[in-house]
Design a protein around this ligand. Structure first.
Ligand code: FE2
Length: 79
């Protein structure tokens, strides 16, 4: 079993990684709007990488018998 404070910290980090993906995704959309598809694609790749990080925390919690507690993700800036 995983200590409660570690479980909470991992859940917080899972949320932070997911927020980072949102942020990159938002930047990708802004770059698409600026007709910069190459930069936009690079931002989408970064978003995928952040979700890979989030999944590592998700899987660690599951493998250690912890509980995954998904919480609301803040909306990133649109511009
Ligand atoms: Fe990350």
């Amino acid at each position: 079993m995983i200590p409660t404070r570690i479980e909470q910290a991992f859940n917080q980090q899972l949320n932070a990684e997911t927020y980072s993906a949102y942020l990159y995704w938002s930047m990708s959309a802004a770059l698409e709007a600026m007709n910069l598809p190459g930069f936009a694609n690079w931002m989408r790749i970064q978003a995928q990488e952040e979700m890979t990080h989030a999944d590592k925390f998700f899987r660690y919690l599951i493998e250690r018998g912890g509980h995954v507690k998904l919480t609301a993700i803040d909306g990133p800036p649109a511009e």
